[in-house]
Each structure stands twice: as C-alpha cells, then as structure tokens.
Write a protein that binds this ligand. Structure first.
Ligand code: MRU
Length: 313
C-alpha cells in the first residue's frame, strides 16, 4: 500500500501505448487498481468521474494528458480546453496546462509533477512549524499524496508534524457524499502510521466543544487574490465552527492553487455534481465545493512560507 502512494504510482505517463496511467481512487481502499487512459477523452472522463481527484493531482494528470495529445498528434488547443473544463473549481488544471503550453512533452510534465511534490514537502515543513507538541488536528476531504501526486498538502503537514513528534492524532472527517476522508485520508494516515479516527462530518462541532481539537488543517482547490479559499464542501462550516471555538484554521496549498486572476471567493466557479451522488430517490442539490472567507483562515501556508493574517495572497 505504501508503494501505491509513490508519485509514479499515483499518476504517470508511459511511452509504451502511449498512455497516462493512474491509481483509480474510486476503488481505494477496497482495491488498488490502475486505470489506463490512451486518449485525452478517456483522461477527461477519469478526471470528471474522480478516478483521479484533488487539485494538484488533476493538474499533473492534465499535464500528462497534454503530452499525450501532442504524442498522438491531436489538436492541442482542443485537448487543452477539454482538459481544462473537466472540473471547474480547481485552478491547478488550467495552471498546469499553461505551464506546458510551450513544451507539451512527457519530460516537461514529469518535471512539473516532481516540482509539485517538492512544493508539498516545502509547505509541509512550514506548516509543521505551526504545530505545538501534542496537537490533535482535524482534517477534511483528502489533501494527501493521492490529491497532489505525492506527499500531500494538508496531509503532508500532518506527516511533517508527526515526524517531528508534535502530532498526537488526526480526526478525519468522513467527507460526504463521496467519502474522500474515510476512504482516502484514513488510508494514507494508516500507511504513514499516524494515529487517526474517522468522524462523521457532523461530529466536528461537538469534538471542538469538548476541547478535543487543537487545529483544523485543509487543502484548497483555488485561493482567490483576497485569500478567500474554495475547498471541498463542508470546509466553510468547519471554519465557522473553528472561529466560534477559538481554534486555528490552516489552509495548506501550493502556489499552483493560488489564482491572482480571481479577485474574491465570489468569483470562484463552484462545481455542482450529479444529484444522484446524494440520492436517486429525491431531488437534491450537490455543490462539491464551498468558499471560506479569508477572515476565517488563521494562516495560508504555501511552499513560500506562512501568511498570517490572511489578506492578499
Ligand atoms: O472533489 P475532490 O476530491 O477533487 O476535492 C478535493 C479537495 O477538496 C481537496 O481538499 C483539494 O483539492 C486540495 S488537494 C491537496
């Protein structure tokens, strides 16, 4: 299982095919199986259906996808626009495609992948500086190696804090409706040997009230110029709860997630997913992300360091 979390096993480009190969995150933790995408169309479906997910990881996958399109002689601007529109909220998709614009090669995509993992390691080290000994941290969704293509952002911070002996345990929000927390984050924490317990999303408030949470650490899908941050639905509620209980709320994300072109959180496009992820029996509304205003975020941590208080990023 630890090998499954190596960057190359999360997502890679193979010349033989050619193809983009990814760990199918829809089936984790029950099965560790790979999905092969031999065309951009197949990769777009894989991203849309969350076979690979998490903002930096879908950016890396899109980079490999553009390299695949170039190798197959496909129209690159059509490929880029199909990949960019696979999911609307994470800015990493369009960021990564822009990075490959002048050099859509496997070598450039692999370098971008390695750079994202390095950014994770750097931001994790900065974020761990914020942890006091004995911290009980709560995290939401999955901002681990699966979500970044290796190491992780929020989970990277937890790993770094654990290695420094500062982390006592992690509360893992199950993260309705698709359970990225109880399936993916718990699996990663288990692999890292970090004590953890899955909680129902609705249990977070009572754990905070009973004094069992010292900080909340999440990733981000897009950080607007004013510091407002989009992340998995439920993140905003956690930030409100954390503020009410005087608990620090940290966002850990690479600069590839920062979008200076988007002025505020109100300008971030929010993905709405199929109602049947919630119920096929009744009408449903299923926003996949929400926006946490900058004033509720104690610090934003990137590979460049810790920004606190959060104003313009
Ligand atoms: O719908 P998902 O699973 O792609 O949502 C992912 C998240 O919300 C993560 O917290 C975010 O992308 C940060 S990943 C380092």
């Amino acid at each position: 299982m630890k090998r499954a979390l190596e960057p190359d096993n999360i997502v890679r480009y193979e010349e033989d095919g050619p193809k983009v190969v990814l760990l199918d995150q829809r089936r984790v933790p029950d099965e560790v199986v790979e999905l092969e995408c031999r065309s951009v169309d197949e990769l777009v479906v894989a991203i849309r259906e969350l076979a690979i997910r998490g903002a930096p990881a879908i950016g890396v996958a899109a980079a490999y996808g553009l390299a695949l399109a170039a190798k197959l002689g496909e129209d690159l601007s059509a490929a880029a626009s199909a990949l960019a529109s696979a999911r609307p909220t994470a800015v990493n998709l369009s960021w990564a495609l822009e990075q490959l614009r002048d050099d859509p090669t496997p070598a450039r995509a692999r370098a971008l992948h390695a750079e994202e993992v390095e950014r994770c390691r750097a931001m994790a080290a900065h974020a761990a500086d914020l942890f006091a000994p004995g911290t009980r941290a709560l995290t939401h969704c999955n901002a681990g190696g699966l979500a970044t293509g290796g190491y992780g952002s929020a989970v990277g911070a937890l790993r770094a804090a654990w290695e420094r002996g500062l982390l006592e345990r992690v509360w893992v929000d199950e993260t309705r409706p698709l359970l990225q927390g109880s399936r993916l984050t718990a699996w990663e924490l288990e692999a890292a040997g970090i004590p953890h317990a899955v909680i129902a999303d609705s249990a977070a408030g009572s754990l905070m009230a009973s004094g069992d949470v010292d900080c909340v650490v999440t990733g981000a899908d897009r950080i607007a110029a004013n510091g407002d941050t989009a992340n998995k639905i439920g993140t905003y509620s956690l930030a409100v709860l954390a503020a009410h209980h005087g608990i620090p709320f940290y966002v850990v994300a690479p600069t590839s997630t920062v979008d200076p072109q988007t002025p505020t959180g109100a300008d971030i496009p929010i993905e709405h997913r199929a109602p049947d992820e919630l119920t096929s029996r009744f009408p449903a509304r299923n926003p996949a992300f929400d926006v946490t205003p900058a004033e509720l975020i104690t610090a934003i941590v990137t590979e460049q360091g810790v920004q606190s208080p959060v104003s313009r990023v």
